[in-house]
Write a protein that binds this ligand. Sequence first.
Ligand SMILES: [Zn+2]
Length: 387
Amino acid sequence: MTTTGVWTDLIGQDRVVETLQRAVGAAAAGGNRHAMTHAWLLTGPPGSGRSNAARAFAAALQCPAGGCGECNTCTTALSGAHPDVTLVRTEALSIGVDEVRELVRRAAMSPTLGRYQVLVVEDADRITERGADALLKSVEEPAPRTVWLLCAPTADDVVVTIRSRCRLVELSTPSTSAIAELLQRRDGVEPELARFAARVAQGHIGRARALARNEAVRERRQDILRLPGRLTSLGACLKAAASLVDAAGEEASQLTADLDAREKAELSEALGFTTKGARPRNAQAALRDLEDQQKARVKRIQRDALDRVLTELTSFYRDVLTVQTGAGAPLINAEFAEAIGRLAHETPPEATVVKLDAILACRTALETNVAPLLAMESLMLSLAGIG
Ligand SMILES: [Zn+2]
């Protein structure tokens, strides 16, 4: 199947595209409530393209040609600039009741230009229980022209009362060859580099793209994969943990510094700090709120960076296990075959399983807000067999 228009970059998701296109067709043909569902939950592993799918669907619903990908409606809907498409991307760790109420208010409004009022919530798994309560009625009985598109890694990640009222669309992990093809076609990446990036990214499109286009990202990956061979003493473990956490912190501040300053300037201006005259009494509180949100964002980006470290390490020890069990499957990190082979022969498979468990435990610890340095130190010790 060839997909065109707004669907072009959704690779390896033919079934999903077919379902969504059929809904767009039904909506165009009269949009009766049985043919066109008004609350959707799009799930898929990170990097599989679930939020891209949601945005493409939003554009296709608004576009007079059903998602041509070229008209003004399509481009503004995809970028989030369309007045009747609201894209909610949060940097915070949760979406609370106030934010949800604001969305619900918006959902009840008639579309100004488009055919639908579309609300895309990219991280619906972050909606709190109280937020879910506020959302329930709008999802259950939406205004006639309102469409909710919720995205999450899996259906289980979303509050049950919400997910039971949505139509579920599941994206799968795109294949290595599909990702390599996309990198060549869309980003003009050389075939060999595209295949390499697709293989080591293990189905994560954004990660593959970053690896293909950015030398520094490739070097960083190499550094991480060299780590297991260097964990030879307690001191080496602690040093490795500290440098991983520092690098993640630095990445986060680099990514957010400009954005932080711009947001602060915009808010100050909006609050009247830059002009003479009376300021709203709660202006200081608003600025403090913004600073809190910015801190939360830095923390989240740092955590995401550490999460990528864990993903790389997992792939390394999975390769070790592949060699140990003689499964014969191709290695993800083929260029590290020597180090992988050495470790595979020096340690028993049981030890590798323990290490993979330790990585999983570290991920859980980071999710539950354990101090990153503590979590990484404990992991490095486990990987060295010291912990
Ligand atoms: Zn269009």
